[in-house]
Design a protein around this ligand. Structure first.
Ligand code: DX5
Ligand code: ZN
Length: 217
């Protein structure tokens, strides 16, 4: 698969979300960070904003739910128009049931792992998912430094995907930039979330193109 770059609107101007989405119209997906101030110590946006954003852009939405009780909320994000919904393994009460529900409602189902959460206990669940997200920072804030110590976990996750012959995307999120994306790609990631590296650039569209080229090289 061609490397995918998903700009995170967490680093965009929240008062101008439609224009900020337009600024990266060449991106594969828009990454939408939903935080509830319980699962992570930060608060962002919810279902109504996703609904509005869906109408404002043609780019599909990749909703990353950093919230408690994703079993209760995730289906509403599919109904709001998300093309992909990611819940956290640490928060989900019934991850298999939830992944099946997300898929049944017509979106891609993904599960995220915080840095201290190993992938191995979830090996048997992987066929239920369309994507697995290996966090490369502690979730909660944009602009943090990439955690190099996550590279072996990315590698092990890629090995598990290969072992089971799955068509599963491997996303990385946190501190992904021109300085770190090649290492992530080399370790086996194929979907890259980038917030500050895209929206902090003078030309966000050009930053997306550069990151994609670097990831593919
Ligand atoms: C962090 C969020 C990320 C964040 C990434 O909790 O999940 O998506 O926006 O921002 P950067 O790319 O600046 O680390
Ligand atoms: Zn995210």
């Amino acid at each position: 698969m061609r490397p995918q770059i998903n700009p995170s609107i967490l680093s965009a101007d929240f008062a101008r979300l439609a224009e900020e989405a337009d600024a990266v119209a060449g991106a594969d997906w828009l990454h939408v960070d939903v935080m509830d101030n319980h699962f992570v110590p930060n608060l962002t946006l919810g279902v109504p904003v996703v609904e509005s954003l869906r109408k404002a852009t043609g780019t599909p939405l990749d909703c990353h739910l950093m919230i408690e009780q994703p079993d209760r909320w995730a289906p509403q994000y599919v109904e709001a128009g998300a093309g992909s919904v990611t819940f956290h393994a640490e928060a989900a009460a019934a991850p298999v049931r939830l992944a099946r529900e997300i898929r049944a409602k017509g979106a891609r189902a993904a599960m995220a792992l915080k840095p201290a959460t190993p992938v191995e206990p979830y090996e048997d669940l992987l066929p239920e998912l369309d994507m697995i997200l290996v966090m490369t920072v502690e979730p909660g804030f944009g602009g943090q430094s990439f955690l190099d110590i996550m590279l072996p976990k990315i590698r092990r996750t890629r090995e598990l995907i290969a072992k089971h012959g799955l068509d599963l995307w491997l996303q990385v999120d946190g501190g992904v930039s021109e300085r770190t994306i090649e290492r992530c790609a080399e370790a086996g990631a194929d979907v890259f979330v980038a917030g500050s590296a895209v929206y902090g650039a003078d030309d966000p569209a050009e930053a997306v193109r550069k990151l994609r080229n670097q990831a593919g090289s």
